[in-house]
Write a protein that binds this ligand. Structure first.
Ligand code: SME
Length: 154
């Protein structure tokens, strides 16, 4: 069984130890990808103007390295400033395919106040792989990363 509390603790430790926000993102991606078998692709997009730019990720290379805010589930989550869970990506017209194996997706914005800094994007090869504990974990990780980015500009 997935021990979400232990994973959250381990991500927090890795983020705290990291010497830059980029390193923190890489460590968070690695911890999530290795600890949750259902997470087939784990990546972080960072907002650059009106585009989301792919940062650290683990999984098959994605063709979507830059996503305009109006496109994809990624663009929708950034525009709506809230987490989006899609149980069946093939039934969602917004979905931009990254791998034919992907069945479900969660996108969690990384916020600072009302501003979107980026987002955590996770795909699963299993349908409806993301439930409340995943959302809670990933929203906690997004908050950790936001804090790390803030500490860098202070
Ligand atoms: N599926 C995303 C695109 C990114 S890939 O999954 C890595 C979307 O619909 O926005």
């Amino acid at each position: 069984m997935t021990d979400y509390a232990a994973i959250e603790r381990d991500v927090r430790a890795a983020v705290n130890e990291a010497t830059s926000s980029r390193e923190a993102m890489t460590a968070a991606v690695r911890t999530l990808k290795t600890r949750v078998p259902d997470y087939s692709w784990v990546g972080i997009y960072l907002l650059d103007g009106a585009e989301l730019v792919l940062g650290p990720y683990l999984g098959k290379p994605s063709p979507h390295t830059r996503i305009p805010l109006g496109r994809g589930i990624c663009g929708a989550a950034a525009t709506e400033r809230s987490t989006i869970v899609v149980d069946d990506v093939n039934g969602d017209p917004r979905y931009l395919a990254c791998s034919l194996d992907t069945q479900s997706e969660i996108v969690v914005p990384i916020m600072r106040g009302a501003d979107v800094l980026g987002e955590i994007d996770i795909d699963s090869d299993r349908r409806a792989a993301f439930a409340a504990p995943d959302r809670q974990l990933l929203e906690a990780v997004a908050a950790m990363l936001s804090e790390k980015m803030l500490s860098e500009i202070l």
